[in-house]
Design a protein. Structure first.
Length: 260
């Protein structure tokens, strides 16, 4: 029997990239889908594809989670539709590249709201429901950037440090209620993330495809692991960040990112 037969997975950022591939893996394991992203037409195409490829249901819930109150409104719509969320894939996120003082405030405001506020509100709402039913799986998506300071991507890295910390803490808090939290921390990935952020970091050697990253995160969630960092080079970077003094690591990161 598929691992998630009879369960329902809510996936944010499900229209493309890592979120799309995680949604496919959830459907392959029998989970019905609640697909969330801004692009309604693309979501509808993804939903049609999922139901044609797998014996599951797929519901489309367009939402811009970078906007105030959006997470709560999304959750109300999901509940009104009669859906129970057994699996939360808290994937949606954006970045911003450049000197902190030069990035437009409205850009970083939306990033903070998506990467921190909506992320946290969905975690909170899902945790309440899952703990009440004494079963749940939460997969969060951080980044290797969250393990250390990243000049020129300073706020983005800080938001992902928040994701790492919250995921680690809630894994312990929710474990007695049958809820397992897994954090996926990818490095550079072949998506439009870096173009949207305004950097050419995609040129970095060792980058992964979104399908590879999704598979690593999904497998870790199935196994109940606390954290997964896909790729040997990314693992080495995280390990080096623990050995090298943080000030030196930040200075080295600044030299690399300044050229991007």
């Amino acid at each position: 029997m598929p691992a998630f037969a009879g369960r329902t997975a809510l996936v944010t950022g499900a229209s493309k990239g890592i979120g799309y591939h995680i949604a496919r893996l959830c459907a392959h394991e029998g989970a019905d889908l609640i697909l969330v992203a801004r692009d309604t037409q693309r979501l509808e195409r993804v939903a049609q594809e999922m139901t044609e490829c797998f014996p599951v249901n797929a519901a489309v819930f367009p939402a811009d989670l970078s906007q105030p109150e959006s997470a709560g409104e999304l959750w109300q719509r999901v509940q009104a539709g009669g859906h129970n969320v057994d699996i939360l894939v808290n994937n949606a996120g954006v970045g911003a590249y450049g000197e902190f003082r030069e990035i437009p405030p409205e850009k970083t405001r939306g990033m903070r709201h998506l990467n921190i506020v909506s992320f946290t509100e969905l975690m909170h709402l899902a945790a309440i429901e899952m703990a009440r039913r004494e079963w749940g799986r939460i997969l969060t998506v951080a980044s290797v950037a969250g393990f250390q300071a990243m000049p020129y991507m300073a706020e983005y890295a800080a938001t992902k440090a928040y994701v790492l910390s919250l995921s680690e803490a809630l894994r312990v808090e929710l474990a007695p209620f049958g809820v397992v939290v897994t954090c996926l921390a990818p490095g550079p990935t072949d998506t439009d993330f870096f173009a949207a952020a305004g950097t050419r970091m995609l040129d970095t050697p060792g980058r992964k495809t979104p399908e590879e990253v999704a598979r690593a995160g999904f497998r870790a969630m199935l196994r109940g692991r606390p954290l997964v960092v896909p790729g040997a080079m990314n693992k080495m970077m995280v390990f080096a960040g623990r050995l090298v003094p943080r000030a030196l690591f930040a200075a080295a990161a600044a030299r690399v990112l300044r050229r991007r």
